[in-house]
Design a protein around this ligand. Structure first.
Ligand code: ZN
Length: 165
């Protein structure tokens, strides 16, 4: 007879991470100083959130949110806030696309970020929960959209001129 080892399966692990984030959400609250803010609502589930982002020189220097709703919506906001802090707007846009692909069951290139995002990708099997997971991300994107600097005005670092003589 084959014996099954009592192993925690991956779904249980993800559930545990989601519960942990929803019970003690990281970066929760209102920032003293922020450059942009936006709201998200998911009436289907009763989730709502306001996100506060401080953008400095095209980098997310700080982010926070106030939210109420289901465990997935809170955990998603918490994970999002941890992931985008310190990233440039361009990097956040790439991350957003990656997350959106994962939540809609599309193929995504494997990397460190994907591993973290995978925790929330279980919602792709439950279309009614997709909005719970993506609400905070859409609000964050809406907030930073106003901060996006047109390409032509990006600071181009000075290339040192090594030519001598
Ligand atoms: Zn929800």
């Amino acid at each position: 007879m084959r014996k099954k080892f009592p192993m925690m399966n991956i779904t249980d692990l993800y559930q545990e991470i989601i519960l942990d984030h929803s019970k003690s959400p990281r970066n929760f609250g209102v920032l003293d100083q922020y450059t942009c803010t936006a709201e998200g609502n998911n009436p289907l589930c009763g989730d709502s959130l306001t996100v506060y982002v401080n953008v400095e020189n095209n980098v997310i220097s700080d982010v926070s949110y106030r939210a109420r709703g289901c465990a997935i919506s809170i955990a998603s906001a918490s994970i999002m806030s941890k992931m985008i802090k310190g990233k440039t707007i361009e990097e956040v846009n790439i991350l957003f696309d990656k997350f959106h692909r994962l939540c809609t069951g599309q193929e995504v290139e494997e990397d460190e970020d994907t591993e973290t995002l995978q925790v929330l990708s279980g919602v792709s099997k439950f279309p009614t929960r997709v909005k719970c997971a993506t609400m905070s991300w859409h609000a964050m994107k809406e907030a930073i959209h106003a901060e996006e600097i047109p390409l032509e005005s990006h600071n181009i670092p000075n290339i040192p001129n090594n030519k001598k003589g």
